[in-house]
Design a protein around this ligand. Structure first.
Ligand code: MN
Length: 308
């Protein structure tokens, strides 16, 4: 299993030094790293970062775009063409950095493309603009996977790419093989989506390019430790990633604010390994057969077996 976690959770404890954080990742047994672009790499060239990764027996999973400041009224879909072009440029630079550090996936979360008011944006124009931007970015880096991470809201009242269905429609319209989707477990709960449903459809179509694990209660991006709130849903989600041989990193997108970050991450690692071993103990075929029975009461039996 390729495992990664959120650098920002560790930075305050490690002198805000990415290199120190990566040393700790290695000690913890994590295998992969996702860098926020540009914030985590501004002062470290790709060549130097590659050396730091190698020294710590880590591999880059990829980079994740972080848009700030001038993008607060929209990134790719901004009504101001100059800002939209700057957003594209930032994505292209992220692709270059990703390639140079040996990563495979560039994750794009359009946190500011969205709206807060009725009559605020031209939906069709924004849709077409984001589509054209994604075509330009995917064609710029055909050797990399470009992955849309959607979220229903926050910071905008409504995100533009807000759900599994909308994101998949966009992927289909863009029509590029190297465009896919990152499923963030908490974001799915916020939209009242069942995470496993997304993993099944995207996994079966080779469009599952990223998995962010965490847990929550659905009303907010809680970022709790994995398996602590909706364990059965998490087990179902992981089952489908295994079924479809998902082979990028599982990224713990959790927010230890009160908890000590190293101790918190250790629990995430223990939990995903435990879930993986429970699925192996039950057997993929056994679970597949149970699902075929299409029976609620058999699900209750399965939960009891999980608890053994
Ligand atoms: Mn995420």
């Amino acid at each position: 299993m390729k495992l990664a976690t959120r650098i920002n959770s560790f930075l305050p404890k490690f002198n805000n030094d990415v290199e120190e954080v990566l040393q700790e990742f290695n000690r913890l047994g994590l295998t992969h790293v996702d860098f926020n672009y540009p914030e985590h790499v501004e002062t470290i060239s790709a060549k130097k970062m590659k050396g730091i990764l190698q020294a710590n027996k880590l591999q880059a999973n990829g980079v994740a775009l972080r848009f700030r400041d001038e993008f607060i009224n929209g990134e790719l879909g901004n009504a101001d063409q100059r800002i939209s072009m700057k957003a594209i440029q930032l994505c292209k630079e992220a692709c270059d950095y990703c390639r140079e550090v040996g990563g495979e996936v560039v994750t794009i979360w359009l946190g500011f493309d969205g709206f807060d008011y009725s009559f605020q944006i031209e939906y069709e124009k924004v849709w077409n603009q984001i589509k054209d931007c994604l075509i330009e970015i995917t064609d710029y880096a055909p050797d990399l996977k470009i992955s849309i991470e959607y979220k229903p809201f926050q910071p905008r009242a409504y995100a533009f790419l807000d759900s599994f269905g909308v994101a998949l429609s966009m992927v289909h319209e863009v029509g590029r093989e190297n465009l896919g989707i990152t499923l963030d477990y908490c974001h799915m709960l916020m939209k009242h989506e069942n995470p496993a449903y997304g993993a099944s459809i995207l996994g079966s179509r080779e469009k599952l390019f990223g998995v962010h694990l965490n847990d929550g209660y659905g009303l907010n991006d809680d970022g709790l430790m994995i398996g602590t709130s909706t364990l059965i849903k998490t087990i179902e989600f992981i089952y489908y990633t295994k079924l479809h041989n998902y082979d990028h990193a599982f990224y713990f997108d959790t927010f230890p604010v009160i908890e000590e970050p190293v101790a918190e991450c250790e629990r995430n690692i223990k939990m995903i390994k435990k879930i993986d071993s429970i699925i192996d103990r039950l057997g993929m075929d056994y679970i597949a057969e149970l699902i075929k029975q299409n029976s609620g009461v058999k699900v209750s039996d399965l939960v009891l077996e999980i608890l053994i």
